[in-house]
Design a protein around this ligand. Sequence first.
Ligand code: PLP
Length: 461
Amino acid sequence: MSNFRNLPKVDELLRDERFVPFQDGLAKIKTPKFVRAELECLRTEMSQGKHANATRADLSEIIIASVCRKLAELQADRLRKVVNATGIVMHTNLGRSVLCERAANKLTEVATGYSNLEYSTITGARRPRLSYVEQLLADITGAEAALVVNNNAAAVFLTLNTICNNRPVVVSRGEMVEIGDSFRIGEIIAASGCSVVEVGATNRTIANDYSKAITQETAAILKIHTSNYRIVGYSGETSTSELSAVTQQADIPLIEDMGSGILIDLAKLGFPYERTPMDAIADGADIVTFSGDKCLGGPQAGLIVGKKTYIDRLRRNQLMRCLRIDKLCLAALEATLEAYINNENTPTSALFGTDPERTHEKATVLHNMLTQAEIGTFEFAVQPHNAQFGGGAMPLENIPSYAVYATSSRFSASKIELALRSFSTPIIATIQDDNVILDVLTVNESDFLHIVLAFLSMVKD
Ligand SMILES: *Cc1c(COP(=O)(O)O)cnc(C)c1O
């Protein structure tokens, strides 16, 4: 005889105070569903002879513990702030660029009230939403015209779909790359309705390789920044100016996907010079695309600049309606570009140029806070560390930085790393040779307290 009558009632279970922290958002909806499913599961197990001696309290415990675990897993995926202690500035999984204050303020202003999104206060009639930001972009990059879409992948897709539909586009074999999260150039070309003609060798493509491949049918040449990938040793690519000579001869457009599209001069910050969209336009590219939330330091967006005849054709593509940006993105993008014009740093560009001495001081502050908290079993040390650009940009370049290295006689590095990222404000750290590494370049000093509290939480019991 089974003891089904020992099974607690749903209502009774739902009154347990351990569910109180979950009475919000998705977890609130899921709580009764999970409780019922768990009860059903126990009923099945009991009919198979399990839990024969369990009391009502035992069964309640099993259900509540299991439901709480599932609810906590759900809530972990709520979008929220984390502390980026990885030292990767444009960390794609952590939201890429942090907006500048000007952008955050403009975003709030536009989000919390009405705006002139598609309204001219001069004429009292409708105006296109992108009219101002397009002029900003065109003037900054020296292009005739500009356009903005949802992200750079969409920018490439829209360009190919408009300019090359059903026709072949010529690409260097060395640039048929994957940019992470399965954005593959070959596949995006196919999806946009074009065919690809690969030319040259994996490590080297010369202008003549492109010229030879061009036929009556050819729609364009596409040049792609290999971003997260480098060919070193015996290698060579054809420059935009050389390619421009080829496309002018053939009377077809030259499209350049720059990926990160940095606007500032990296050489001034002590890094190798990185080509800018201004260079691409000056070198004769007809359409140039880049991301809004990589080196530019703005919101997710795909920026397209180039010749007016082509940009106008892109604008008329019906897909434009599907790929258009919303008012929040527009507010943040406009403000980010205006910050650039005024020589104001974005949080992203500020990190590229941070003086390592300053980062050392910052690491020392965190180190002192951690040491003074007298958290037993941990050892902390300040060490030089290589921070990175991230977002697929400058993969071989390091940004000189400092980190606090943490080790413990009681916890393994992976235990510490897990505890840090499970903290109420998750701290995202990295592990190297059994050290947990907290690179301070990407951490605000105002967040140091969260780090200290996260360590304290590991030893509290
Ligand atoms: C990052 C990148 C993309 C994709 O840009 P998103 O803005 O993330 O869509 C496309 N091409 C290149 C070369 C890139 O580096």
